[in-house]
Design a protein around this ligand. Structure first.
Ligand SMILES: CC(C)(COP(=O)(O)OP(=O)(O)OC[C@H]1O[C@@H](n2cnc3c(N)ncnc32)[C@H](O)[C@@H]1OP(=O)(O)O)[C@@H](O)C(=O)NCCC(=O)NCCS
Length: 168
């Protein structure tokens, strides 16, 4: 069967069809597929399994029509910083609001678990992700030089939860 260019076109879908739920072991293959399509470097499967075991409430997937189309991984640090470890949306389904939906869902769960603020690192070149975080209220706090293994710098961004009003 031939692959048509249509297979790579972004798909417009109504956000109301998206279910956000905690990830399970059965989702890991799909999560790792999206990770491969989204990042230059990948986490080993064992790390996903350990993360899932320790952070069941804050490792979420977005599901559309029975298929995993995005995920977000977050945890709480001892100083009560909620930390976003990773977020990615299947390239075919980007631009539908799924990234924002996942972020809002995980922020709500981090608040319920006692987070006082939320932090994350993002490549300084990742304009799309930075825009998404800024729309949610995150602020660039500092640059971390050479944070990534290829030498690229990161912004450390923070969301002050005392001003978190949810959807804008
Ligand atoms: C970043 C990412 C998760 C965004 O997911 P998404 O589902 O496409 O994002 P949304 O549709 O929810 O976008 C919400 C808002 O973020 C901003 N945004 C998201 N992607 C953008 C892009 N590529 N360029 C500019 N703005 C963007 C927009 O302001 C958008 O709102 P709008 O559509 O009303 O303009 C997705 O692009 C992705 O998986 N990228 C690869 C992995 C990655 O870089 N993860 C972040 C690592 S720190």
């Amino acid at each position: 069967m031939s692959v048509s260019s249509k297979d790579f076109m972004p798909r417009k879908i109504p956000l109301s069809f998206i279910i956000v739920r905690p990830a399970t072991l059965f989702d890991l293959s799909e999560i790792m597929r999206i990770e491969r399509q989204s990042f230059r470097e990948q986490y080993p499967r064992g790390l996903f399994m350990m993360f899932l075991d320790a952070n069941r409430e804050t490792f979420l997937v977005a599901e559309y029509s029975g298929q995993v189309v995005g995920y977000v991984m977050a945890y709480i640090r001892p100083d009560m910083e909620g930390h976003i470890m990773s977020i990615a949306v299947d390239p075919l389904y980007r631009g539908n609001g799924i990234g924002r939906l996942l972020m809002e869902a995980v922020i709500d769960r981090l608040i319920k678990r006692g987070a006082r603020y939320i932090g994350l690192e993002v490549r300084v070149s990742n304009k799309g992700a930075i825009k998404l975080y800024e729309k949610l209220g995150f602020k660039k706090m500092k640059i971390i030089r050479g944070y990534y293994s290829d030498g690229e710098d990161a912004y450390y961004m923070m969301l002050d939860l005392s001003t978190w009003g949810g959807k804008s």
